[in-house]
Design a binder for this molecule. Structure first.
Ligand SMILES: [Zn+2]
Length: 285
């Protein structure tokens, strides 16, 4: 991805190095209950809400900003450019539809973070909190994406941001609040099915961003789309579950299979149109 000359977003909030005082037990390095393993990406905010009730954040010690390596500095810079590029994309698309786009804030954190959706931990992966309209990411996720999920490349990293921004777009379009309301009305299995559709739509929205980055701003290099598709494929629920448990249980899928994630990203990438991302009314996923 040709990103270095890109605009930097002014909506990045750097909370790396912050600490929490909640339920501190004094002394020692923070150990956190890892309630969620295996869902590294695009966490359902409801899960975070639940986790918020269970999580005990035990963290103490100096609150110095951790020493930032050159790699981390570059990653933070990269994230800021990608965020700005999503802003350009969605500002333009909303304007074209006669609406105005409220840009999300992106919070960089390290280890754990407090959001309106509750406490979240790095191990859960990046997420979007509809309550405060912010995207949260611990940059260490990118190391996992590359090393553990076999999805290297800057465009794979950009896709992660674009997917979370996709959830923000859903929030602005009122889709998130509809989901929240449905959560209280339907069974868990039904809700999981809806959640898959929500995730696939966010993937499609990420594809729309890629479409614009490619055709409007020409920042996409050969091989980039393949990187994003590979990332989408590596982080499908089936693949993640298989990696972590050795088997898959489709009933608990909440993000979609690898093939579905690839398909919906491609759909957005090819059409560049929001209307093409209606996973909720699609005949098949
Ligand atoms: Zn997601």
């Amino acid at each position: 991805m040709l990103w270095r000359d890109g605009r930097r977003s002014t909506n990045v909030e750097d909370q790396r190095g912050s600490r929490f005082s909640g339920k501190a037990k004094g002394g020692g390095i923070g150990i956190i209950i890892l309630a969620l393993i295996g869902m590294y990406f695009g966490i359902d905010p409801a899960i975070i809400l639940n986790l918020g009730q269970n999580a005990q954040v035990v963290q103490s010690g100096p609150s110095d900003l951790p020493h930032q390596t050159e790699e981390e500095r570059q990653l933070a810079d990269f994230v800021s450019v990608v965020l700005a590029d999503t802003e350009d994309t969605w500002n333009q698309l909303f304007r074209a539809a006669g609406k105005s786009y409220t840009e999300p804030t992106l919070v960089l954190f390290s280890g754990a973070v407090d959001s309106t959706c509750g406490f979240a931990q790095a191990a859960m992966g990046p997420f979007y909190c509809p309550g405060d309209g912010k995207v949260y990411i611990d940059l260490s996720f990118y190391r996992d994406l590359k090393q553990q999920m076999n999805a290297p490349g800057d465009f794979a990293q950009a896709y992660v941001i674009a997917h979370e921004v996709g959830h923000h777009v859903q929030n602005l379009l009122g889709i998130s609040s509809k989901m929240q309301a449905l959560r209280r009305q339907v069974s868990e299995g039904e809700y999981n099915k809806l959640s898959v559709k929500l995730e696939l739509q966010a993937d499609c929205f990420a594809g729309i961003w890629a479409h614009n980055a490619d055709r409007v701003r020409q920042v996409v290099e050969p091989g980039d789309i393949k990187e994003a598709l590979n990332a989408a494929s590596q982080i499908g629920d089936d693949r993640l579950q298989q990696r972590h448990r050795g088997y898959v249980t489709p009933d608990s899928f909440t993000h979609g299979t690898s093939a579905q994630r690839v398909r919906w990203f491609q759909q957005g990438y090819q059409t560049g149109k929001v209307a093409s991302c209606d996973s909720f009314n699609a005949a098949s996923l």
